[in-house]
Design a protein around this ligand. Structure first.
Ligand code: NAP
Length: 309
């Protein structure tokens, strides 16, 4: 890396503190100079209360990384692109497919990089799984992505509001892996969404998809699961079962564990963002979000007992 880009992070919540700030600190290609937060103050950088204040005060800033909830990301990304900044979006890239397409068009028109991240695609099992599946005969795919919402999303009100995705907030990570490792496109045939009567988004969902050759791809997402989370993808092939577990940290093929490289999802994301900016490129893949949108379009909505947040 021979150039350093100045960067601001907006939305100093769980993922910004757990992953983004450490990954940026470890990357010589970025210099964190500012943060945007309604309440927090990040040390050793300039802090602003909103994105407009940041953009007005930092004309030389190169890039903005948005770690806010999806419902507010479009307005922030738009403002940043219009101010000439490169933009990185946490997953999901937006609250709707159309707003992400609008951002893609705006980024192109302004000649700025837009990177819609899918951090789970950088989990260690994913690239070896993708490589092994190329050219194999696949019989079926089964995704189980289940966790305890009270453990993993305490106090996050936005997940229960329209655009917050509910159980698809983690489930879309599985869809980002599946759409990356399978050799063919998949499409949704049917879905069932279980929505507690006191919130707007599903607490559980089942998706039935097929690929373009008719191979079934079934996904079960559930936020009422515990205490041990289940983040698993099984791919039945003519050469045996490929199994991704622990959200992409472990891989076994035909019963044999595969030795993987160490985990560095967010480190890899920022390296990729740097490369995209350096080459004037984009990376915007809406397929995981489109499958979720299709589940809302085609899915049968079933009201279940109140969540009681
Ligand atoms: P979070 O803890 O609720 O943090 C989001 C932050 O965004 C808040 O702390 C707040 O920061 C800001 N924010 C919230 N509502 C806002 C609003 N209406 N307007 C402007 N800013 C607002 O959520 P999170 O878990 O970090 O998730 C954020 C995004 O990262 C989501 O899209 C999620 O899917 C993704 N993600 C989360 C995880 C995870 O493990 N938690 C993992 C991967 C990806 P300020 O108080 O600083 O303004």
């Amino acid at each position: 890396m021979n150039s350093t880009f100045t960067l601001a992070v907006a939305g100093i919540g769980k993922i910004a503190r757990d992953q983004h700030l450490p990954a940026i600190a470890a990357n010589a290609g970025f210099a964190l100079v500012a943060c945007v937060s309604r309440s927090a103050q990040v040390e050793q950088v300039r802090n602003y209360a909103d994105i407009d204040a940041l953009l007005a005060a930092e004309p030389d800033l190169d890039a903005v990384s948005l770690c806010t909830p999806p419902q507010v990301r479009y307005a922030q990304a738009r403002a940043a692109l219009e101010a000439g900044k490169h933009v990185m979006l946490e997953k999901p890239p937006g609250a709707s497919v159309s707003e992400v397409e609008a951002l893609r068009e705006l980024a192109r028109a302004r000649g700025r990089t837009l990177f819609a991240t899918w951090h789970s695609r950088y989990a260690s099992a994913v690239e070896p799984a993708r490589a092994w599946l190329q050219g194999r005969t696949i019989h079926s795919v089964h995704v189980r992505w289940k966790e305890d919402v009270r453990r993993w999303h305490p106090g996050q009100q936005w997940i229960w509001e329209p655009g917050g995705l509910g159980v698809f907030d983690p489930g879309i990570n599985a869809l980002s892996i599946v759409t990356h490792i399978l050799p063919r496109e998949i499409m949704l045939c049917g879905a069932q969404l279980l929505v507690p009567r006191d919130v707007s988004t599903p607490i559980a969902a089942e998706l039935d998809c097929i690929d373009t050759e008719g191979v079934p791809v079934r996904a079960e997402f559930d936020w009422r699961h515990g205490p041990v989370e289940q983040w698993e993808i099984d791919v039945e092939t003519a050469n045996g079962l490929l199994s991704i577990t622990e959200g992409g940290k472990r891989l076994s093929i035909a019963g044999e564990p595969v030795v993987l490289e160490g985990e560095r999802e967010y480190g890899a994301l920022y390296e990729h963002f740097h490369g995209l900016i350096a080459h004037g490129a984009h990376d915007v893949d809406v397929r995981p979000l489109r499958l979720v949108a299709d589940a809302f379009l085609l899915g049968r909505h079933v009201e279940v007992e109140a969540f009681g947040r």
